[in-house]
Design a protein around this ligand. Structure first.
Ligand code: SAH
Length: 226
């Protein structure tokens, strides 16, 4: 009898986890691979990280849909495709040290942490920064350092970085962030007016000079200042 209950319990647990794993695989296939993201490590990370645990309980069933979701404080977790696209755009390598500005839910940081050696992430809203830090700890991410502060200044103590991802839209590229990129470093950032259409911009540093490439239109929450 005990054995039977144990087996029923296990079956329940696996089918429960599978429900989300299935949705995640489907999300990667139909929203991400179908739109041209090819980086194997990015696709694997998107299949692995439990996105439903990064959104409010009442939106968990919507976590794998093709859209951003509210995470409170007027902020959003980006659409899965945008997270995958931005991660691929900075060409993350296993030995890289990456800075993220705009921790939000911690989801993008977790995706990065599956791929690179170390992730530093900054969030300006204390409630979000503290919750995300706690969540990432519970999920067992040991290679993420999270702090509440204005990301405009980057995190000099741990820079320069191999790559920087900014997940809030700024009017201009913050100068201190460019300075915290290594030679060969990559930064992706939405640039443009708040509460309007912005452009994703990729900055790469070659021979000490930042080169700027405009990618496609996006809509992000604004980059704010203390
Ligand atoms: N990357 C997040 C998405 C967060 S939305 C995720 O995966 O869930 C963007 C976040 O940037 C918001 O939480 C917002 O508060 C934060 N933000 C805006 N301006 C900032 C700044 N100057 N420094 C740090 N974080 C900032």
């Amino acid at each position: 009898m005990k054995m039977l209950l144990f087996i029923i319990g296990l079956t329940f647990l696996f089918s429960y986890q599978d429900e989300y794993a299935g949705l995640r695989d489907q999300m990667v296939e139909t929203q991400i691979e179908a739109r041209g993201v090819k980086n194997k490590n990015v696709l694997e990370a998107m299949k692995k990280v439990p996105r439903h645990l990064f959104v409010p309980v009442q939106s968990q069933s919507a976590a794998y849909q093709d859209r951003p979701l509210s995470i409170g404080q007027g902020q959003t977790i980006s659409q899965p495709y945008i997270v995958a696209y931005m991660t691929e755009a900075i060409n993350p390598e296993p030995e890289d040290v990456v800075l993220e500005i705009g921790t939000g839910s911690g989801y993008q940081a977790a995706i990065l942490a599956e791929i690179v050696k170390k992730v530093y992430t900054l969030e300006i809203i204390p409630e979000l920064g503290i919750t995300a830090k706690e969540r990432l700890k519970i999920l067992g991410y040991k290679n993420i350092e999270a702090k509440v502060s204005d990301g405009y200044y980057g995190w000099r103590e741990f820079g320069p970085f191999d790559a920087i991802i900014v997940t809030a839209a700024a009017e201009q590229i913050p100068e201190p962030l460019i300075k915290q990129l290594n030679e060969g470093g990559r930064m992706i950032i939405p640039i443009g007016p708040a509460f309007d259409i912005q452009k994703l911009v990729l900055v790469t540093v070659k021979n000490g000079e930042p080169k700027i490439k405009k990618l496609f239109p996006v809509r992000f929450v604004p980059f704010t200042r203390d």
